[in-house]
Structure formats: structure tokens, C-alpha cells
Design a protein around this ligand. Structure first.
Ligand code: AMP
Length: 115
């Protein structure tokens, strides 16, 4: 775990503006600043203790399950309930923020498109 607040921690702390679409005690969901699909949301645990989904699955599987449930609800709220859930894991896989987050992509995806 980094001592420095991640960009998502700074968003959670309202130090950086974002478009928040959901929030509870443990999770926040925002619109991605660079959308790759008509609906592109990020579901983010408030803790930055887990750098990626593998660490989260090992350390707090209930929190991971909560992320999936929120993704599902958001896909119904913002699209038709169908969605792609992407966890980039590692820099060579495209991960740029090492504070675990799920990309929720929906609303008509190009065949083969990835976040
Ligand atoms: P990843 O590349 O999987 O680590 O995903 C990081 C995502 O965070 C990218 O899709 C970025 O577009 C998104 N992102 C970075 N900064 C912001 C921000 N300030 N507000 C919303 N989304 C952001």
C-alpha cells in the first residue's frame, strides 16, 4: 500500500472533482474521464489497501462481491443491465492507477473493444 494518496483517494476525499454516480460507506462510482464506451463508469473501493483485483480477492472477497453488485445495479441504471466488467491488472495489461477499480462498460460496445 502506497503512503501517498492515489488519484482515486483524492477523488473520494473531494480534493479532485469528479462525476460521482454512486457512493456508500465502502465504495464510490464515478464516470471515467476518458470514456471507452457510451457508458464507462469506475467502481472503486474507498480503501486503497488493494492495488489490484487479485489482492482484493485474496484480502476482502466480500468487498469484491459488493463491487460486482454495484456494477450490476449501475448497468441497469445507466444502460440495459448488460455490461462488461474489466479489471486491468499490471502496467503491461494497461493498469495506470494502482488502487483497485472496476471498469463498467455498457450501452452498446464495439465488438472486441477493451477499456
Ligand atoms: P486503469 O488504466 O485500468 O488503471 O484505469 C484508470 C482509469 O482512470 C482510466 O480509464 C482513466 O481514464 C481514469 N481516470 C484517471 N483520472 C481520472 C479522473 N480524474 N476522473 C475520472 N477518471 C479518471
Amino acid at each position: 500500500m502506497s503512503a501517498e494518496p492515489s488519484i482515486f483517494t483524492r477523488i473520494i476525499n473531494r480534493e479532485i472533482p469528479s462525476d460521482v454516480v454512486f457512493e456508500n460507506d465502502h465504495l464510490i462510482a464515478i464516470r471515467d474521464i476518458a470514456p471507452q464506451a457510451p457508458v464507462h463508469l469506475l467502481v472503486i473501493p474507498k480503501t486503497q489497501a488493494y492495488a489490484n483485483v487479485s489482492e482484493l480477492a485474496a484480502g476482502d472477497p466480500a468487498l469484491l462481491a459488493d463491487m460486482v453488485a454495484v456494477a450490476r445495479d449501475l448497468a441497469f441504471e445507466h444502460a440495459n443491465g448488460e455490461y462488461r466488467l474489466v479489471f486491468n491488472t499490471g502496467a503491461t495489461a494497461g493498469q495506470t492507477v494502482f488502487h483497485v477499480h472496476a471498469h463498467v462498460l455498457a450501452g452498446g460496445l464495439e465488438e472486441g473493444s477493451l477499456a
